[in-house]
Each structure stands twice: as C-alpha cells, then as structure tokens.
Design a protein around this ligand. Structure first.
Ligand SMILES: Cc1cc2nc3c(=O)[nH]c(=O)nc-3n(C[C@H](O)[C@H](O)[C@H](O)COP(=O)(O)O)c2cc1C
Length: 392
C-alpha cells in the first residue's frame, strides 16, 4: 500500500471498500459528534518541547503491561461486530497484533469465538466484558476466556444505554446485523456496489450469532437480540464483587473520565483504568479523553495503570498521552480502518505507521526511550487547568 502514508489514507481506502452503512458504523459517533471531533482536536492543542542537538540513533519503544512485554505501548481496542468489516475480523486483527507484539482486546460482542481468537494468536490478549445475555452468560464467557489464556479483563462501564448514533439510525444499520432478509433489501444497491465486501461477507457466513454469549439453555445469542439485551444489562459497581470472584487476573475499568470514577475503580479492586469515552459513541459532550487524562492520573496516584483511548491517529498522539501519564494507549478506528482497507495486512499497516511515527517523534524530541517521556516534553494550553470542583 505505497500510497497509504497515514491513518487518514487508510480511512479513505476503507470508505471506498465498504458499503456506506458499514463504513458509517465504524466512523460515526453519537449525536452531533462533538466528542468524536474533540478527541482528535485535543491532541492538536498540545505542543512539544524538544531537546535538540541530541543524537538519537535508536529508540526503545518497549513497555510492559501487567507483566507482559509489548514492543510498543499500544493495544487494539475492543470493537463490536468486527466480522461485519472483514471476514473473521477479530481473528485477523488478533493475528496482526500478535505478529507486531502488541496486545489485542476481544469484545464480548464478537462474531468469532474466544477459542478461535486464542488459537490464531498467542500474543497478549485481554477480554472485554459487557453483561449482554445476563450474568450467567458472562460467567461462562469469563471461564472460557481465562482458560483460553486471556490475561486481563476490561469491564466497560459507559454503556448505561445506547448513544444516539444518528448515522446508524439514518442508514437503518440495525437491520444489517439482524436476520430479517426483507429488511436487508434496502442495502442492496450499496452492497452490490461493493462486490468484494459482499463476497467476503457471504463466504464468512457466521455473522448472525454471538459465540461468546451463550445464554444458559438457549445457546449463542442471536445478534438481532443484542441491542435489547445490552440495554437491560448495564454493568454497575455492585457487579464488581461477583466479577472479582470469577475472574482470577487483573481487572481494568474502561470508560473512566473523572477522578471520582477512577478512585471508585480502585476501591472495587481494579488494577487499571482506561480513560475512554467510547470513541465519542456514547454521551456526546463529554470531554476529550486527553483532557480528562491528567485528572484521572492524579486521582490514581500511581496505584494502578492508566490507559487512554479516543482520537489516536498518529504516533505523536501516543507520545502526548504518555507524557501526560498514560502507560499505553488503545486504538479503535485506526486499526479498523485498516481492516476495512485490506484485512489483516491493513491492520499491520496501521500498526506499522504508528510505530514509525513513534520512532521518528522520539528521535525529533531528543529522547531515546518511551520510558524517559514525561510532562516536560509537552505544553498544554493554560485553559486546560481545571477549576476546583465541589466534592460529589
Ligand atoms: C465500530 C466500533 C465498535 C466498538 N465496539 C466496542 C465494544 O464492543 N466494546 C467496547 O468496550 N468498546 C467498543 N468501542 C470503543 C473502542 O473500544 C474504543 O474505546 C474507541 O474506538 C476509541 O476511540 P478511537 O476509535 O478514536 O480510537 C467500539 C468502537 C468502534 C469504533
């Protein structure tokens, strides 16, 4: 892919390759998409303070996350219905992550079974939990994930109800994943205009069930029931007690945007938090994650790992997040655009772009190692300094 120089190039190729409704499902955010845009814009507001006249021949990007060594501080975020984008999408992405020695996070609402992902990828793997299908289905999935070598559990806490994704509603995207063929007819023109995608989708043929949500006495949950089930089964702090009993490894809370939720996560036994607003897909109007990061880092006070996702499109964005205290970052759209552009090779390309960006940014900053980065390498706008808030 010689013409693909950055993640926006991958996005353009994905847009050309995918039916409109599938592309919008990936690309879109909630309501007016203010938070979606802000996530990216916040990175532009932070500027670098390089140490020049320093020779940097090699750069060390390695880091460890809960004892696992990663070649760079990057994880592929959980993305629901990845199989809609590319045949066996979760397996392909996990393979690309393992080859690049970074971590992969498998969503509950995956079209690929936990065991299939584990078999294809021996790399560092986390499992992300939604309570879709209820508590018994979740317990069964956690047992399978742990047995299959998923080492960390990420619990997503920002889906109390569905964000209003206006593009999906206009496109009627719900019907895409349902099993009502008549309702799918509306997609015929856009699908026929993308015969390669259609051939892959039909060949894959496993889109209509969620193999990791086995409802006791019923088998895998049909995709069409996901929305209703998700809306009824929000994860609450009360759930953490039983989850801790059934999950033996570290727990990371995904969807933390305030110091209060960060401290509550620690109280509930979390070993890490992900500063995340679900890529601007849930509550529109919440702050960009980069802006929320310093408050969370301060509240955590070094007692847990802090991760960040949302808006990362360049390696320099990763450097800025690390300078503000993140241990590592997760990317969602950046790799999913790659998946839509060229399957596993596209994911590999996204990772390669970010790795080269990281190496170059470190060298230009005059730093040899990711572990040297700190707040002194960046300036943040004065307006970011937060006013003291009343205690809640
Ligand atoms: C198409 C799509 C599906 C997603 N599905 C999930 C999911 O199943 N579980 C979850 O915790 N987060 C999900 N997310 C949110 C991502 O894990 C991540 O927080 C977000 O994509 C980060 O923002 P970015 O896309 O700007 O990198 C999804 C995001 C996208 C774009």
């Amino acid at each position: 892919m010689p013409r693909v120089v950055n993640i926006s190039d991958l996005r353009r190729v994905a847009e050309a390759n995918l039916p409109r409704a599938v592309f919008d499902y990936i690309d879109g955010g909630a309501e007016a998409e203010v938070t979606l845009r802000e996530n990216c814009r916040a990175f532009e507001e932070v500027t670098f303070r390089p140490r020049n006249a320093v020779a940097v021949e090699t750069t060390d990007l390695r880091t460890t996350v809960f004892g696992a060594e990663l070649s760079m501080p990057l994880l592929l975020a959980p993305v629901g219905f990845t199989r809609l984008i590319c045949p066996r999408g979760e397996v392909r992405a996990a393979e690309a992550a393992a080859k690049a020695q970074i971590a992969y996070v498998l969503t509950t609402i995956s079209g690929s079974a936990i065991e299939d992902v584990a078999q294809a990828s021996k790399g560092c793997r986390w499992y992300q939990l939604y309570l879709v299908g209820g508590r018994e289905a979740a317990e069964a999935a956690l047992g399978r994930a742990s047995a299959a070598g998923f080492s960390v559990l990420a619990i997503t806490i920002d889906t109390g109800t569905f964000g209003l994704r206006e593009r999906d509603i206009r496109n009627g995207a719900g019907a895409l994943i349902g099993d009502n063929l008549l309702r799918k007819l509306r997609f015929l023109p856009q699908v026929l205009a993308h015969p390669l995608w259609l051939a892959g989708f039909l060949r894959d043929g496993r889109m209509l069930v969620l193999p990791n949500v086995i409802v006791p006495g019923r088998g895998p949950l049909p995709l069409a029931e996901t929305q209703a089930s998700l809306a009824k089964s929000v994860v609450t702090w009360e759930d953490f007690r039983w989850i801790r009993k059934v999950w033996p490894g570290p727990i990371v809370v995904k969807g933390v945007l305030t110091g209060e939720d960060a401290r509550r996560s620690l109280d509930e036994g979390a070993a890490g938090v992900v500063v995340s607003n679900h890529g601007g897909r849930q509550l529109d109007g919440v702050a960009a994650t980069l802006r929320a990061l310093p408050e969370v880092v301060k509240a955590v006070g070094g007692q847990a790992e802090v991760f960040l996702d949302g808006g990362i499109r360049r390696g320099s964005d990763i450097v800025k997040a690390i300078c503000l205290g993140a241990r590592a970052v997760l990317i969602g759209r950046a790799y999913v655009y790659g998946l839509g552009a060229a399957g596993e090779a596209g994911v590999a390309r996204a990772i390669q772009i970010l790795r080269a960006d990281l190496q170059r940014t470190l060298a230009l900053l005059g730093s040899k190692s990711i572990s040297e980065l700190n707040r002194s390498y960046i300036d943040v706008p004065a307006i970011w300094a937060s006013e003291p808030r009343p205690k809640t």
